[in-house]
Design a protein around this ligand. Structure first.
Ligand code: HPA
Length: 266
């Protein structure tokens, strides 16, 4: 269970950078945080300046809240998330998301880097997440006995809007199911075959905990995956975190265009 006092302390700290009540929250995945650099009136709050905040240690994850106007709209963004594979509990992983929820956001755009399981995908593709499979073996609501409906975990309305924005921008957006594994090892080829059989199009190590928590708060979610590599066993090449960072760097302009325009329409 979340410690309410700790949550309130964090909300108070993050509120120092918020001028108005932002309705839209953004969570940036690996290497996708540079969109924050173009926020108008940008203000930052480092995780380090928030008492008892969980620490993120991964390369490409800065660890800060950023507030500002994107495409004329107030947004509160999380640059650098906390991962389960870093050894944090699900509660810690979702803490930054809960802070955003308590700051009043109503809609969340969450992004991640993922491996392509669907062989129609290519590295650099952006995928609208239609649904997920929680294969992490854990759930952030354990202990709370919260029976949250997950039928529309990824808002149909927001998915439709993002798809329309993609078409306007001439971005060949894909659609798919995201399967979250705990990591930090990448999957084996056998695990990827299983993932495909059970209906996954993308594999990754994040997003699902925050999306479950966002649904608990009644927040509408749009999930976007950047395919950074084909999943294990598909090309015969070894996987590396370096490749993940390189692909996000290469394809991030397209991602930024999509998020910027979508924020203006939701
Ligand atoms: N598997 C899991 N997580 C990932 C991958 C992958 O292939 N690529 C980027 N994140």
């Amino acid at each position: 269970m979340t410690d309410k006092r700790r949550l309130k302390t964090a909300v108070d700290k993050v509120s120092e950078i918020i001028d108005s009540k932002p309705e839209i929250g953004l969570i940036f995945g690996s290497g996708l945080g540079s969109l924050a650099d173009e926020f108008e009136g940008l203000k930052r709050k480092s995780f380090k300046d928030i008492p008892d905040f969980p620490e993120s240690t991964v390369e490409g994850h800065k660890g800060e809240y950023v507030f500002g106007k994107l495409n004329g709209v107030d947004v509160l963004a999380l640059s650098g998330r906390i991962h389960y594979y870093e050894g944090h509990t699900m509660g810690e992983v979702c803490f930054p998301m809960e802070v955003m929820a308590e700051c009043g956001i109503k809609k969340l755009i969450v992004s991640n880097a993922g491996g392509g399981v669907n062989e129609n995908f290519t590295p650099g593709d952006i995928v609208i997440i239609d649904d997920h499979i929680n294969f992490m073996g854990d759930n952030p609501l354990i202990g709370a006995a919260d029976f949250i409906d997950m039928t529309d975990a990824y808002s149909r309305d927001l998915r439709d809007i993002a798809a329309a924005v993609g078409a306007d921008l001439d971005i060949d957006l894909k659609r798919g199911v995201y399967m979250a594994n705990s990591g930090p090892s990448y999957e084996t080829p056998a695990e990827i075959n299983m993932a495909r059989v059970i209906g996954a199009d993308i594999v990754g190590m994040s997003t699902v905990p925050e999306v479950i928590m966002a649904n608990k708060y009644g927040i509408q979610v749009l999930g976007l995956s950047m395919i950074t590599n084909m999943a294990a066993g598909i090309t015969g090449e070894a996987l590396s975190h370096q490749e993940v960072i390189e692909t996000t760097t290469m394809a991030q302009e397209k991602f930024k265009d999509l998020v910027r325009e979508t924020v203006g329409k939701i």
